[in-house]
Design a protein around this ligand. Structure first.
Ligand SMILES: O=C(O)COP(=O)(O)O
Ligand SMILES: [Mg+2]
Length: 236
């Protein structure tokens, strides 16, 4: 998509809310590694299951708890000595232990993401990162990738009572940023982001390269799509 096909220019907004996984940083490698280490701490058949990027791309997006539960459900047909509640508790504790060591080591900032953020900042937009990733993991990742300085606030999946696609984290971010939803652009990569934005009343732009639960992103109800965040422009 070229600059001119965007329905607005950045000065149409006072603020922007930007998603993290699949929008700013390709984190599939971090998830694969953390989940594989987690499974390695569990009994058979969990420890024998191989995780890959394609699988994680399909499962990621609704927070860590959902990711772990969905993965465990894929192997739960096999008999195990532990019940599924105990397996989840062990998996959760293991994932929390491993993720900080993995965070940022197997992931990379998408081409154009830094430029897009810089253009938003230059246009005077106040920026918040709203992600379903736990806040501590999100802050550490943003810092590791040199992106933390762009954001006034980071609202993680554990920051408010409900996660995207609920509008609650977006409305919370709008209030932290002091901006009205109608003048706050949501930038994301999945139907979670778009549904949350619609429900909050924020215009929504989706990137075409992220993770959308294994489904086509262009089928999602959004105001615009871009192939790179560098397409975000000060001029219309
Ligand atoms: O951790 C997740 O489930 C996805 O996080 P996101 O909201 O940054 O895409
Ligand atoms: Mg995302």
């Amino acid at each position: 998509m070229t600059l001119n096909t965007l329905p607005w220019a950045l000065p149409a907004f006072d603020a922007a809310i930007v998603d993290l996984d699949g929008t700013l940083v390709d984190t599939l490698g971090d998830f694969v590694e953390a989940l594989q280490r987690m499974l390695g701490d569990l009994p058979s058949p969990y420890r024998d299951f191989a995780v890959d990027r394609v699988l994680v791309e399909r499962l990621v997006g609704k927070g860590s708890e959902n990711l772990i539960k969905s993965l465990l459900a894929l192997v739960e047909y096999a008999p195990t000595a532990m019940n599924s509640g105990a397996i989840f508790d062990a998996a959760w504790a293991s994932y929390q232990r491993h993720y900080p060591d993995v965070n940022g080591r197997y992931s990379s900032v998408y081409p154009g993401a830094l430029q897009g953020l810089a253009q938003c900042q230059a246009a005077g937009l106040r920026l918040a990162c709203v992600t379903n990733k736990p806040t501590a993991f999100a802050q550490a990742l943003l810092a590791d990738k040199g992106l933390a300085g762009f954001f006034l606030h980071t609202v993680g999946g554990d920051a408010v009572a409900r996660k995207k696609p609920d509008p609650m984290p977006l409305l919370h971010a709008c209030s932290l940023l002091g901006s009205s939803p109608a003048r706050t652009l949501m930038v994301g990569d999945s139907s979670n982001d778009a549904q949350a934005a619609r429900a909050a009343g924020c215009p929504v732009l989706l990137v075409s390269y992220g993770y959308n639960h294994g489904e086509l992103i262009h089928a999602v109800d959004a105001d615009a799509f871009v192939d790179t965040l560098a397409d975000l422009s000060w001029q219309g």
